[in-house]
Design a protein around this ligand. Structure first.
Ligand SMILES: Nc1ncnc2c1ncn2[C@@H]1O[C@H](COP(=O)(O)OP(=O)(O)OP(=O)(O)O)[C@@H](O)[C@H]1O
Ligand SMILES: [Zn+2]
Length: 609
């Protein structure tokens, strides 16, 4: 960089201590660019080891490194080429509680090259508390972005609401699928129902939903009564029943693709405005089989072409047998199987079940390749997008440390040029903090709409504070009485934790003060009461961040067009990024029903914007 950067800037870069969080796709690129730009004092932290699937783009890693810590191998690879650089590697999580604000304060700048919201949120709060500039980066397929976060000067990572993962009403999945993804979600549920961790899904997550509000007027119960005698609707657990019939493929086929569909047909109201499904008999498959004729299919790999009905049924039988064997073999150890898109049999099972269900509901069938990416929620990681974002980040790092913060901008990497012909589209200015942000504003507050008679202190701690608000070590005080009802330092009896909030005096209008010691983040939660009588547990509470409300009101539609940023929002989890709308009809009629998240335990692999 000598000759490009002045010697005074170079000397600043040399002395500045940088923290790089994440040594994956973007992190490897950032580390290389930092060193090549003249940075000489870097700490890199990553909690993961190298996987074979990282090798195609995480170029600091080779086959022989598989299984070794990313941070350490990244350091060693760089040192081979640049021995005079000082790099310290940490093989651990950035969320570890001994890495407090004072630890962060030793750095001149932090760079995030992460792949999940929880870690990003944490580093955001730590950098705000330590008053250190943070460069946040992310890619999502061919797109990406790099942005600078400085307390009081720019938006923080949490100023904008995160996009929620795409969910589907349970009755759409169980009763009235209309898109391939509905059948894919159903098939993954079926896998879990048969082989997964018990109680992960409520029983019947794949069976017809008798409480579907659309099948009104007691039609469902009437149908249930009519069919019960035939044994069509079993009240036994699906797993128990499948075990009893030794996972016999024709028997399972008959239940899921004939009996259950016949039952659905008997819910006449469901089919007033929809095409009814056609129950399928195992023995009829060969007669119904169709040749897949398109030329395109002839030349494709088996993964990429559409399978005929017969092929799907054969794969169903074969994968079911293999999964049964594997399931039996793990009974003494793990006891259940975990769905994994990279497991051949699990993926074959989901592909075939999904296509058979699609055939029954007259929905377009998909190739195994397409189903894999939809079921795994995969957006491929693109090495060039990572490289572009990494170089933008390091460019901004140089600007920040050389005192040229005003030259920094959030820059979006676009797949197509925008109307100005830009692939790299910068914002016009640094984006100022949002006054409504519950993290970086001067009046940090969120609203919690909650059934205080039902939500227990334990649920408040785990679901509201830790899962929804990403707090790590909270102390909770009721403002009115200054009574501390929870601290992370104390151990509590279950009897105490299982009491509903109302028993602690929480009611409409209560202001709850939350102080997180690790993140040194403090905010108020304003309680508004909701009564969830008759509703499911999932809706015991709703967190309303002021930013959520404002963002939907304020959103400048031109912003996305100018920047080409997919939607200007961030995903709840990198791994779940489908954002299309569901079937409006179903959403309305099923509004009160439980929703199915695409995948309860998100698969890996998707980057964030
Ligand atoms: N809390 C955390 N502390 C430290 N490192 C983290 C933390 N969370 C995520 N990371 C690291 O951030 C990196 C993100 O890199 P990347 O997005 O390329 O993911 P990956 O797991 O390497 O690749 P892929 O998900 O595409 O298989 C990963 O190496 C991951 O281990
Ligand atoms: Zn903010």
């Amino acid at each position: 960089m000598a000759g490009v950067l002045s010697s005074s800037v170079l000397s600043v870069l040399e002395k500045s201590q940088i923290l790089l969080v994440g040594a994956g796709g973007i992190g490897c690129e950032v580390l290389k660019c930092l060193v090549q730009s003249g940075f000489k004092n870097i700490e890199v932290i990553d909690m993961d080891t190298i996987d074979v699937s990282n090798l195609n783009r995480q170029f600091l890693f080779r086959k022989e490194h598989v299984g070794k810590p990313k941070s350490e191998v990244a350091k060693d690879s760089i040192l081979q080429h640049y021995p005079d650089v000082f790099i310290k590697a940490h093989f651990r999580s950035i969320i570890d509680s001994d890495l407090g604000v004072s630890w962060f304060k030793q750095f001149a700048l932090v760079i995030n090259a992460l792949d999940n919201v929880a870690a990003r949120v944490h580093v955001n709060r730590m950098c705000l508390a330590a008053e250190i500039p943070l460069l946040e980066s992310g890619t999502h397929g061919y797109e990406g972005q790099a942005e600078l976060i400085i307390k009081g000067l720019t938006k923080c990572y949490e100023c904008e609401p995160k996009e929620k993962p795409r969910t589907f009403p349970s009755c759409t999945i169980r009763n009235t699928p209309s898109e391939p993804i509905h059948c894919i979600v159903w098939s993954k549920n079926l896998f879990n129902q048969l082989f997964g961790e018990e109680d992960q899904l409520g029983e019947d997550s794949v069976s017809p939903d008798t409480a579907d509000p659309e099948a009104s007027g007691g039609a469902a119960n009437a149908a249930l009564a009519t069919n019960a005698g035939d044994g069509l609707i079993t009240r036994k657990s699906t797993r128990e029943w499948a075990k009893e019939c030794n996972y016999d493929p024709p028997k399972l086929f008959h239940k899921f693709f004939h009996e259950d569909i016949q039952y659905l047909l008997s819910l006449h109201d469901l089919w007033n405005k929809r095409k009814p499904p056609k129950p399928l008999k195992f023995e009829d498959v060969s007669a119904l089989d169709e040749q897949v004729t398109s030329n395109e299919n002839d030349i494709c790999l088996k993964d990429q072409r559409l399978w005929s009905l017969r092929e799907n049924v054969d794969v169903f039988c074969e994968s079911l047998k293999k999964l049964r064997e594997k399931f039996i073999s793990v009974q003494d150890t793990e006891k259940f199987l975990i769905w994994d898109k990279d497991d051949k049999n699990a993926m074959d099972f989901v592909t075939s079940c999904s296509n058979i269900r699609s055939f029954i509901f007259d929905i377009a069938r998909k190739s195994r390749y397409d189903i894999k990416s939809m079921a795994g929620n995969i957006i491929p990681a693109i090495a060039t997008a990572n490289a572009m974002v990494a170089s933008l980040v390091v460019f901004q790092a140089v600007n920040v440390l050389s005192g040229n913060v005003k030259a920094c901008r959030t820059v979006y990497v676009r797949r197509e040029p925008n109307h100005k012909g830009e692939i790299l589209a910068p914002e016009r200015d640094l984006l100022p903090p949002k006054p409504t942000c519950f993290i970086c504003s001067s009046n940090p507050e969120v609203t919690l709409s909650v059934d205080v008679k039902k939500l227990t202190l334990k649920q408040f701690d785990e679901d509201v504070l830790k899962k929804s608000l990403n707090v790590i070590e909270p102390e909770v005080t009721l403002s009115e009485t200054s009574k501390i009802i929870l601290t992370s330092e104390d151990e509590y009896e279950d009897e105490y934790l299982n009491r509903p909030l109302s028993e602690f005096g929480v009611k409409e209008g209560t202001l709850v003060y939350v102080d997180d010691f690790l993140q040194t983040c403090k905010f108020y939660i304003k309680i508004t009461e909701r009564n969830v009588e008759g509703e499911r547990e999932a809706s015991l509470f709703e967190v309303i961040r002021h930013a959520d409300i404002k963002a939907t009101q304020d959103k400048d539609p031109k912003e996305a067009a100018t920047n080409g940023h997919a939607d200007g929002e961030l995903n709840e989890d990198d791994d779940v990024v489908m954002v299309e709308n569901g079937d409006d009809n179903d959403l309305q009629t099923c509004r009160k029903r439980k929703s199915e998240v695409i995948d309860g335990v998100p698969d890996k692999k998707v980057k964030i914007l």
